[in-house]
Design a protein. Structure first.
Length: 87
């Protein structure tokens, strides 16, 4: 997995990294999913989807405060790009 994460260091790999993270989460591999979402944020810290995905994983781990921070970051970034609001 580390090689796969390391090979994506540009925006081109961002969608693939997020998709891989979602796939890991769907399989119950939450720690691996978290690594993918962290990498996606490292590549593009302005991508609201990556923060939303990471917040979901943090909720699974019981990190409510960390999830709140990521959900708010996601909402703020999204509102800058599209007319979007989290409920």
């Amino acid at each position: 997995m580390k090689k796969r994460l390391q090979k994506h260091t540009s925006l081109n790999g961002l969608l693939e990294i997020n998709a891989d993270g979602v796939q890991k989460a769907d399989l119950g591999k939450y720690q691996e999913a978290l690594q993918y979402f962290n990498k996606a944020i490292e590549i593009d810290p302005s991508n609201f989807i990556s923060y939303f995905n990471r917040a979901s994983i943090k909720m699974h781990f019981g990190d409510i405060e960390g999830a709140k921070i990521d959900f708010h970051k996601s909402e703020n970034l999204a509102s800058e790009k599209v007319n979007y609001s989290l409920v």
